[in-house]
Design a binder for this molecule. Structure first.
Ligand SMILES: [Zn+2]
Length: 264
């Protein structure tokens, strides 16, 4: 099938699921159901009509305001929808859709991207990474390893790489967590790097953690200067960015690193 059509369909799925992620971001920390309640305006509580619920496009069409009370709708909604759509397209572009194996892997990595978006925004708002999201990532990781094993490479070496990945960073972070009694790093970060380590394998999780630390050390001081409100470092978003980059470009970056610095 024509590539452009595939990418358009994937993008539409991405933004529709993205609008569901917006619901998750607000309802998971509250513990309310993510499916039963109808969507409503945060200010005037009016239930939204179908044409106000179209991802990205409704925001543009409504000019970013509620139709009745004219309250500004947060730009966060369309941004998260668009980001999710773009990440889905990138995943399908890089992992392909030409066989069952490729399609399963692409879908699995898309779901991981969505989980990373949700946990990042929740961590920014509440400084907590919900345990359920880490479990979700670990379960998808299990699916990824099974798909890789049965469709691509029937070797125990592959399975072992992912099992080592589970411990590679998380064990270090757990020691840090234990020795500092949770002051140096959050328990949610430790579990995230365990689950993500299983998804990525040990090489890519080292890369993900390295990238997360670099991003945090550059972006966090800038954010503190600009807002000076929240001084507590929410590490989740930076780790998530590192994990996302490792999923998309990890193999390329690792090969580039080895070629440039090790095999001269
Ligand atoms: Zn309203």
């Amino acid at each position: 099938m024509n590539g452009i059509i595939i990418y358009a369909i994937v993008f539409l799925y991405g933004i529709v699921i993205g609008s569901f992620l917006n619901v998750c971001i607000y309802r998971i920390p509250e513990g309310t159901s993510v499916v039963t309640e109808r969507s409503h305006c945060m200010k005037c509580n009016r239930q939204l009509k179908w044409f106000e619920l179209i991802p990205v496009f409704s925001y543009l069409f409504l000019g970013g305001r509620c139709r009745t009370c004219k309250t500004r709708i947060s730009i966060q909604y369309p941004m998260i929808e668009a980001l999710n759509g773009i990440l889905y397209v990138l995943v399908f572009y890089l992992y392909g859709w030409n066989s069952f194996g490729e399609i399963f892997l692409s879908i699995a990595y898309c779901l991981i991207m969505s989980a990373l978006i949700v946990l990042s925004v929740i961590d920014l708002r509440t400084n907590i990474i919900p345990f359920g999201i880490n479990i979700f990532i670990l379960v998808i990781g299990l699916v990824i390893v099974l798909v890789k094993y049965f469709y691509f490479e029937k070797s125990m070496k592959l399975v072992l790489e992912h099992i080592i990945g589970f411990f590679a960073i998380s064990f270090l972070l757990f020691l840090l967590f234990y020795l500092s009694r949770g002051r140096a790093i959050g328990g949610g970060d430790v579990k995230l790097m365990a689950a993500a380590g299983f998804v990525l394998g040990w090489q890519n999780v080292l890369l993900a953690f390295f990238l997360g630390c670099i991003l945090a050390s550059i972006i966090h001081p800038i954010r503190m200067k600009l807002s000076n409100a929240n001084s507590v470092l929410a590490f989740g978003p930076y780790l998530s960015a590192g994990i996302a980059i490792a999923i998309l470009y990890g193999q390329n970056l690792i090969h580039w690193y080895i070629d440039t610095f090790i095999l001269i």
